[in-house]
Design a protein around this ligand. Structure first.
Ligand code: NAP
Length: 246
């Protein structure tokens, strides 16, 4: 083992929480690898922080398989790739969207973890951070596809905590409420007005608010695991109870 800076791979680094996490981890002195499908954005970010960029589609097994060769050493994996598609009730559920959400939010975590575990295992202080959500422990009408996927991500986080315990691999789940990123824009197929309505009258979390927590978790001494962190804006009490001003 050497004394070089720890290196973090961040999935979903082309936008929102993932991009902010790359900046926060770089500021904390970690080396960073920014990965997502939109490579140009990752490259721009990598130039900004002095890290690496990779094209990665977590829903494509071949893309993830290539990751193992491209990342021989990694100390921290941050799984931020994911998101919601639509707000469809179960009766009208379009299965392709549900499958896509399951692929990116659940199987993506499984694939990337499996591909990088050998590299992670060789490090002194290996760590995995999973972006969960309030949707991982609560449900709401029209949210079935996304909440089912995030409940899945929550289950994977809990399972990894058990399975990797004896190897000393720390597993952290950070579960935010409303964060203003491209999340709602993606959910509503680019409808900016509908996306803005989600955050109307509340002071939502920013991507940086969540990234700070992830960087905090990644910079604790090796014996400290932030196991599960639930974080919401002041104006949000649950997945559905939000206090809007004005
Ligand atoms: P965002 O701004 O839309 O970012 C989502 C990121 O995921 C993008 O970088 C996107 O990159 C990437 N991504 C999506 N599918 C991917 C795939 N198949 N392969 C690789 N990358 C993929 O949204 P965000 O708010 O930062 O979301 C980040 C995570 O936080 C998600 O897991 C989301 O579920 C979770 N979360 C968000 C909120 C919220 O209110 N915003 C709340 C709780 C939890 P490309 O499109 O370039 O691939």
């Amino acid at each position: 083992m050497d004394d070089r800076a720890r290196v973090a791979l961040v999935t979903g680094a082309s936008s929102g929480i993932g991009a902010a996490t790359v900046r926060a981890l770089a500021a904390a002195g970690l080396g960073t690898i920014a990965a997502a499908r939109r490579l140009e954005r990752c490259e721009e970010l990598a130039r900004e922080v002095g890290g690496r960029a990779l094209r990665l589609d977590v829903s494509d097994p071949e893309s993830v398989a290539a990751l193992a060769g491209a990342v021989p050493e990694v100390d921290v994996i941050v799984h931020s790739a994911g998101g919601a598609l639509g707000l469809d009730r179960v009766a009208e559920a379009p299965e392709e969207r549900w499958l896509e959400m399951y692929e990116s939010n659940v199987l993506g975590i499984v694939r990337v973890t499996r591909a990088l575990l050998p590299a992670l295992r060789s490090r002194r202080d290996p760590q995995i951070v999973i972006l969960g959500s309030v949707a991982g422990v609560e449900v709401y009408e029209g949210g079935g596809g996304y909440t089912a996927a995030k409940h899945g991500a929550h289950a994977i986080a809990r399972t990894l905590r058990l399975e990797l315990l004896a190897e000393g691999i720390r597993v952290t789940e950070v579960a935010p409420g409303l964060v203003e990123t491209e999340f709602s824009l993606v959910r509503f197929g680019g409808d900016a007005e509908r996306a803005a309505e989600v955050y109307r009258g509340i002071d939502p979390l920013t991507a940086e608010d969540v990234a700070e927590i992830i960087a905090f978790a990644a910079t604790r001494p090796a014996h400290v695991t932030l196991d599960y962190v639930s974080v919401k804006p002041r104006g949000q009490a649950s997945a559905t109870v939000v206090h809007r001003e004005g």
